[in-house]
Design a binder for this molecule. Structure first.
Ligand code: CUA
Length: 369
């Protein structure tokens, strides 16, 4: 019976302490580099919590960096120092270590202290966010496939893909979604909140740097997720008030009856290519992309009615363009299975003359053949 060979030697190995000292020095140098790194230069901080969040990020990066370096260098170091030698017996095994209270104490205490520091740090930032006083602007952001809708207390209608906030004013954005899960992320504010249907969450920040920033959807929400952006403008209070006033004036002027007789098919064709062709073909009804083909709206004997059930004519077509389409109540009913949903005129950014031009174009298609 073969005897188990005794371990060659024990301990930390030659050069353990020099290696540890070199790594510690490298970690201190990298820690200073991380602490003094100017994130602002690459991704500006544009709102109040951004600075605190960058500090937390740096702290975690320095710790993560140190843990990574110690673990990988020790793994490599021990693999080399205690490697199998040709002189070892074929059945030699490593040293079996059990019950090392000192070691176990330290590998419990150090991570616990680090995690507690991170927890205190995070909760403090979170409490500052929640308790920001002087809640001057409260607005809403609603995710749609594939648009951001913004609502302001002083505006009758929503604004799409463009939000304005005044500088140095605490802002609360109540975010939610109308369809699937989206996400509201402004990198310069360092805050990211999911927009979840049926759940309203408050995103609170105080803008502190005038400029133009991107709002990005970071939750995969469908085929156009990658194109779901909005622009956030941080304005001076004067510019912000001017924008609200201009927006209110625009909304007051865009209502009213649409004069269809002024439309031209050529302008409608260009508009259709820009705004409609990703969801609609100009072929027959069956030629669906997201919604049905619209080439034979007035002359299709197999689909004599519009999705609203109305007889197709210029006025009723314009109603669909104005109100959008939210799907039939009975998805297997007279309209058949899903035809997709279409946003209303505000979401599609259609002015009265746009609608008149589109109607002229769509009716001309049916007449041409
Ligand atoms: Cu909305 Cu991704």
């Amino acid at each position: 019976m073969a005897q188990v060979a005794a371990p060659r030697s024990q301990g930390l190995g030659p050069g353990f302490w020099p290696v540890t000292i070199v790594m510690t020095v490298v970690n201190i140098i990298l820690g200073i580099y991380i602490a003094t790194f100017d994130i602002n230069k690459y991704l500006p901080e544009a709102a109040a919590p951004a600075g605190d969040i960058d500090l937390l990020f740096k702290f975690m990066a320095a710790i993560g960096n140190a843990i990574f370096l110690y673990v990988t260098v020790y793994v490599v170091y021990f693999a080399i120092v205690w490697r199998r030698r040709p002189s070892d017996a074929p059945d030699a095994i490593g040293i079996q270590i059990h019950d090392a209270p000192t070691l176990e104490l330290w590998w419990t205490i150090i991570p616990s202290v680090l995690v507690i520091i991170i927890a205190i740090f995070s909760v403090k930032i979170w409490m500052n966010l929640q308790n920001a006083s002087g809640d001057v602007l409260t607005m809403e952001a609603i995710g749609h496939q594939f648009k951001f809708e913004f609502r302001y207390p002083n505006l009758k209608s929503s604004v799409y893909d463009e939000m304005h906030v005044p500088v140095d004013t605490p802002v609360t954005v109540q975010v939610t979604s109308s369809d699937v899960i989206h996400s509201f992320w402004v990198p310069e504010v360092r805050l990211k909140y999911d927009m979840v249907p049926g759940l309203v969450q408050s995103v609170r920040f105080t803008p502190n740097r005038i400029g133009k920033y991107r709002v990005i959807c970071t939750e995969f929400c469908g085929t156009n997720h990658a194109n779901m952006f909005a622009t956030m403008y941080i304005d001076s209070p004067q510019d912000f008030n001017r924008w609200i006033a201009a927006q209110a004036k625009l909304q007051a002027s865009s209502g009213g009856a649409v004069a269809l007789q002024g439309g031209t098919a050529a302008a409608g064709q260009t508009l259709f290519a820009n705004k409609c062709s990703s969801c609609h073909s100009v072929g027959p009804f069956e030629q669906k992309i997201v919604g049905p083909g619209l080439g034979k709206l007035l002359s299709d004997t197999t689909h004599p009615n519009l999705v609203t059930g109305e007889k197709p004519n210029a006025v009723d077509i314009s109603h669909v363009l104005i109100k959008g389409y939210q799907g039939p109540d009975d998805s297997q009913g007279k309209n058949g299975p899903s035809l997709g949903a279409m946003p209303n005129r505000d979401a599609n950014g259609l002015s009265n003359s746009d609608i008149a031009n589109l109607v002229a174009y769509l009716t001309s298609l049916s007449q041409s053949k």
